[in-house]
Unconditional design. Sequence first.
Length: 491
Amino acid sequence: MKYHLLTGGTGLLGRYLLRDLTLAEVPLAVIVRRSRIESAVGRIETAMTHWERELGHALVRPIVLEGDITQPLCGLSSEDQAWVAEYCDTAIHSAASLTFYADEDDGEPWRSNIHGTRHMLDLCRATGIRKFHHVSTAYVCGQRRETIREDELDVGQQLSNDYESSKITAEKEVRASDCFDQLTVHRPSIIVGDSQTGFTTSYHGFYTPLRLVHTLVTTLPWEVIAQGDWLGTLALTGEERKNLVPVDWVSAAMTGVIANPELHGQTYHFTNPNPATVADMLASIGGAVLDLAKHGEDASSNLGDDAEKMMESFRDQMKVYQSYWSDDPSFDSTRTETSLPHLPCPAVDQAMMDMLVKSAIDKNFGWPREAPVPQKYPIAQDLSPWMTNTAQQAPGNGQRRFVSLRVSGNGGGQWHMIVDHGKLVGVGSGLKNGDSPTCYLNSDTFHRITQGQLSWDEALQSGRLFTTGSALSSEELARCFREIAAPNRPR
């Protein structure tokens, strides 16, 4: 069983890739940085629980490797590097910074987009990963305004900001790397929220003027907001085109490519053939904010110069995104449309933009943040006394067998039991290759069996557990589960 190693799994696109690749049965391991309030495992648990609530059924968890792409070899321990070398043959590099302008020479976006990519390349070289999916951006085209082809990259174009500069540098370095047999490049345009629900965890770009104007609503009279010269702020006509793509479509398209080896080794534009206009975008934003202002608490109309100062502050902050709002070129997406004819890009029309704007306001731009989800069944903790590393899993004398565990739901994951002469002798991370048997169950069933609350036979007969493969008897498998909770487990 070979895994795909994913970065950026807690970002907006990465969270959707976690869902879609899991549903597509693509084995996943993910490099995750711990946050101030959550462990690496906890951050993935929170993300997967969100999808389970939305989908209405349990999902298997990916392998979680604590690391940080801004550190050498992505901050992985030597043991985790050995695991990657043994189990992973493909990398999906989705992690990135969306910072437009760097505050310092080695700050963002350089730290993540260039140095992070270099660290990922070094990790792939050190662990023997030979297949690479790189998430770039359609805006490596910079300020070009002619039709942008999927196979073009550096044609001497002028770049608009540090973000674009960092992304084109990263893509060029990936292409120049000699450690891959196969390179696939994914170039989305401006990613916005979910086309069905409006869900997003990122409020940059399209959401920036909405966020800024929203802060003025409780301070300025709505009449002042209504008379604001939003287009004049950026010297725009309103006819400028912006290429918006819903995150759920980008993830579905990427998954369609990743899950089909025949589509690998190419560059794909995940862009919208029907761009929105700046006027339509600002109409959706303005309509939502005016409605909010009219129905909110009355703001003072005697602000005098303060009102103009607030408007000037808005203009200054918007100027940071001056290049963002300029007219987009036409992106050729022939390869994407030919490869994925069943998956056309949804039209981001006025109705969808209204929905996206309303969702952002209703969610208060993601504040307060999503509460961490505790692990009800910390199965990894139950298995920890049995855990071994890859170097300790030698074949033995021919009687050693592997039994894969695919446990979905809260606290679940992917492991394999090491069985020698019918007895459990260890547990390792990840599912095993070959014809070794696999046990499929959810975390509640796992907990009940190991705690003696549910027998093996009862779990099988009730459909709460099923197995594939026949290297071990049902009796031997049942014994292994009982031994997990036995008091004489190895130390």
